[in-house]
Design a protein around this ligand. Structure first.
Ligand code: GGG
Length: 360
């Protein structure tokens, strides 16, 4: 990267705890930028979109929102979902509106086990566990295809259809992405997850594409596993995992399981990438808006801060990304952690501790 680069980053806190964790990530990134003595700085552009915006305007984001985001270097997102808006309306109106229209077809969700955080796995070797879920992020079960009232007979006899879309090109690009990622990791292995014994069209196509792409990567170990067996493997043999690639819905569920096994959904980071860089990519914690704790200042900022590290990688700042990840580890190892992972610290204390670790 050039010296003194200024990045234009869109901040979209969204709903619930999104506001707290995005603010935490912004504080950490600004401190890192300041400490970089002019190497980079961030020009934040904040957008107040979400369910409160919906209450006022009847839409989740500005009608020209995508145009407003187009010329940013990245999007830093919080969470979506609040009780005043049906969940499918808020999700499609904001988060999926962005991921679909910006063709952010690769969703990277690392499963990281941090020092000082107890895993429900109850194993002593969790420090050695490290895998990443690659989620197909543009089609599959999230293609938005289907309809309701198909019987025409109304309430009580309704018929609804939800179609999963699998295109050969869509399968190929995400599977190839998973193989390329596996090549950069200490364990070169890709596990492909489907339910192709029951889903006999789209997921059989996925399996066929997987075998074809795998043939071009003889140095990468492979396996094809049904989603139920993979769920068990996450719990029973996680040491066998490196890169796990799956459809939109399956990878969403598996990555939540992975983060719960690492200690909490609040720890998990994600990157929604448009690998061609025709559109901005979006970085966000895996967790949702958590209405049960929103506004109390006790949410876990680690998932959002770790997502900021993924954003730094994307911006061409890998050293800073590693520094931020190391700071997170220092903080959790010191026992400075929020309630969801057995601590007593509030969001601001964890955030300040990450900043202190960064600057030390
Ligand atoms: N930060 C992620 C988020 O807000 N997720 C809300 C949600 O309900 N997501 C469902 C999905 O992405 O499949």
């Amino acid at each position: 990267m050039e010296h003194g680069q200024i990045f234009r980053i869109a901040a979209i806190p969204g709903d619930g705890v999104g506001a707290e964790v995005v603010a935490a990530g912004q504080q950490v990134l600004d401190s890192l930028a300041q400490a970089s003595t002019g190497k980079f700085s961030i020009d934040w552009i904040s957008f107040p979109w979400g369910s409160a915006y919906y209450a006022e305007h009847g839409v989740m984001m500005h009608p020209k929102g995508l145009e407003m985001l187009q010329d940013t270097d990245a999007i830093y997102f919080g969470a979506v979902g609040w009780e005043n808006v049906p969940d499918h309306t808020s999700l499609w109106g904001l988060r999926l509106n962005i991921t679909q229209n910006f063709d952010q077809w690769a969703n990277i969700r690392p499963v990281k086990f941090l020092p000082g955080i107890q895993s429900p796995l109850g194993r002593t070797d969790t420090a050695e566990l490290d895998w990443v879920v690659v989620r197909e992020n543009s089609e599959g079960e999230y293609a938005g295809l289907g309809g309701r009232n198909l019987s025409g007979r109304g309430p009580g006899s309704e018929v609804a259809v939800q179609t999963a879309l699998f295109t050969e090109s869509g399968c190929e690009r995400i599977i190839r992405f998973a193989f390329e990622l596996a090549r950069t990791r200490p364990v070169r292995k890709v596990s492909s997850v489907t339910k192709s014994n029951a889903q006999q069209y789209g997921m059989v196509l996925w399996d066929e594409v997987f075998r074809r792409v795998a043939a071009g990567y003889p140095e990468v170990e492979t396996e094809s596993v049904l989603v139920d067996a993979m769920s068990a493997k996450f719990v029973l043999q996680p040491e066998q995992l490196s890169v796990v690639v799956a459809s939109n819905l399956f990878a969403d569920i598996l990555s939540d399981l992975g983060s719960a096994l690492a200690g909490s959904l609040g720890l998990a980071a994600s990157a929604n990438l448009n690998p061609e860089r025709r559109f901005p990519s979006m970085f966000e914690p895996v967790h949702g808006s958590a209405p049960d704790i929103a506004g109390q200042g006790i949410s876990n900022p680690v998932g959002a801060v770790a997502s900021a590290a993924l954003m730094l990688d994307h911006l061409g700042l890998p050293e800073e990304a590693r520094r931020l990840e190391a700071a997170i580890k220092t903080v959790t190892a010191a026992g400075i952690k929020t309630r969801d992972v057995g601590g007593t610290a509030v969001t601001q204390e964890v955030t300040d501790a990450v900043v202190a670790a960064l600057l030390s």
